[in-house]
Design a protein around this ligand. Structure first.
Ligand SMILES: [Zn+2]
Length: 495
């Protein structure tokens, strides 16, 4: 596959984005029946006549899902419809037993909103076209193929537990004017949305479990022109990092097609995490292909204005306002705050501070130890395997001098490897600093006796030379000593 280098592509073309995010709501029951929505159950154990689409079964709308939809719409500054309906979106796919999906078409519950995304200290206003309700499909598992796709598979299995789980689809208006930053803006938007949905308490927003999924649309047009180019839609990108990577790749691919005099084909594309490329899927259906019509088995939804206002009063702090507040509370410099935001660590730090750590120590661990491991594993910060409470616990162990910063890294390693809580890892790996003054004094004496030249330097007033002695003691103690205490002892002895 030919691609143009990213900088070259951006020198000629202006990317326009469109993001469709599907959010699985965390209601206990499904959108139109009473089946459980719990993740990870045995296949086909959370199903009934309604979500299996059996003839004669009738759907009933889940009120809690409507409430969540309205709250999401309000949080995105949308207008809430006074009256709206469900439609049938007709298409055949084995994981959708009715052969139509109950969705909303021309009458979404929330429309015409906006939200602000902050990236590198700059604010981008993202227009929201609509947020509508629909039901999720089941899941297919293709067995025997090399890639997990149906092509080349020996057989396929179907699990309808997810069929009928409430979904909200949030669709942006075309996002223009972001230039070379387009992939990062897209990532920042999805991250902001995830944080907002979590703050609303309406979804688990676990991208790796599929409760937040992003379809990323992008088109290119020559810089200085205003007509939109042909877009492609990369489906089900399931991490923040992949959103950015998939768009970056797709921009370079489309640029190569256009620069070569070709035409971009309107189609859905698949993102391949391992090879970092997208490949063609099906050519994109248009609305007519779906033969939408109003769902005759459901009554329209007409949320009263009083209810909408009651729900408005339950909204959490908007993400942009929250950033301003925490940045003041934590006393971070602009640069520090920028790093925190681009690492997606705001909530993690907030929770770590709430668990008792100082803002600076929380920032330090999330942006060094945890971020490094997230990068290595190619996952988002919260999927590394250590919680804010555990990070705060590590910091508390450092502060009460059970461990030092260096040993703390081994504690992170142990907790992430699933060896237990920080205290358990310290115990199991015997990491606690040796507080036996006798052992420490012996190591200090040995270092002093072995380095008379350094001792002379210290005696002549060059106190910084003590660093070499401290290093030698720490080495003897296998790092399990408190460096400040070692320094004290050395200076005491040399007098
Ligand atoms: Zn059911």
């Amino acid at each position: 596959m030919t691609v143009l280098p990213y900088e070259e592509a951006l020198a000629v073309y202006d990317p326009v984005l469109g993001l469709e995010v599907h959010v699985e709501l965390n209601t206990t029951s499904k959108m139109f029946c009473g089946c459980s929505t719990a993740f990870g159950a045995e296949p086909n154990t959370q199903v009934c006549a309604v979500c299996l689409g059996l003839p004669g079964s009738l759907p009933v709308v889940n009120a809690k899902a409507v409430e969540s939809a309205i709250r999401i719409g309000l949080a995105l500054n949308c207008t809430i419809a006074e009256w709206c309906r469900f439609s049938r979106k007709n298409y055949f796919y084995p994981d959708m037993p009715k052969n139509y999906q109950i969705s909303q078409y021309d009458e979404p519950i929330a429309y015409d909103g906006w939200t602000d995304v902050v990236l590198d200290g700059e604010s981008y206003r993202i227009g929201i076209e609509r947020a509508h309700m629909e039901e999720d499909t089941g899941k297919s598992l293709h067995v025997g193929g090399a890639t997990g796709r149906i092509h080349g598979a020996d057989y396929s299995l179907l699990d309808y537990n997810r069929s009928g789980v409430p979904l909200i689809e949030i669709v942006t208006k075309p996002i223009e004017g972001t230039g070379a930053k387009a992939p990062e803006v897209a990532r920042a938007y999805v991250a902001m949305l995830r944080d907002l949905l979590r703050a609303l308490g309406v979804s688990d927003v676990r991208m790796e479990q599929g409760s937040l999924r992003c379809d990323a649309n992008v088109s290119l047009r020559p810089i200085g022109t205003s007509t939109l180019g042909t877009r492609t839609e990369t489906k089900n990108v399931n991490s923040l990092r992949s959103v950015e990577r998939a768009l970056r790749y797709e921009i370079t691919r489309q640029a190569a097609v256009l620069a070569g005099g070709g035409r971009v084909i309107q189609e859905t594309r698949h993102w391949h995490e391992d090879s970092g490329i997208t490949t063609a899927g099906r050519s994109k259906e248009t609305a007519e292909d779906y033969r939408y019509f109003p769902e005759p088995d459901l009554v329209p939804i007409a949320p009263s204005r009083e209810w909408v206002e009651q729900l408005r009063a339950t909204l959490p702090e908007p993400p942009a306002a929250k950033l301003q507040r925490v940045s003041a509370e934590w006393g971070f410099s602009e640069l520090e705050m920028r790093d925190v935001v681009s690492a997606g660590a705001v909530n993690a730090i907030e929770a770590t501070v709430a668990a008792g750590a100082s803002p600076q120590s929380a920032r330090k661990w999330w942006l060094t130890e945890v971020a490094r491991r997230a990068n290595e594993a190619g996952v988002d910060l919260e999927d590394v395997g250590i919680s804010p409470q555990q990070v705060a616990e590590v910091q508390a162990l450092v502060e009460n001098r059970t461990i030092n910063d260096k040993l703390a890294r081994q504690v992170f390693e142990g907790v992430i490897a699933g060896e237990g809580s920080p205290a358990e890892v310290v115990a199991a790996r015997r990491l606690a600093i040796v507080s036996d003054e006798g052992a420490l004094a012996a190591a200090v004496n040995e270092a002093i006796n072995a380095n008379p030249d350094i001792v002379d330097k210290i005696k002549s007033g060059k106190v910084q030379a003590a660093g070499a002695l401290i290093g030698s003691v720490m080495k003897q103690m296998r790092g399990q000593a408190d460096a400040a205490r070692v320094r004290e002892l050395i200076l005491e002895k040399i007098g």
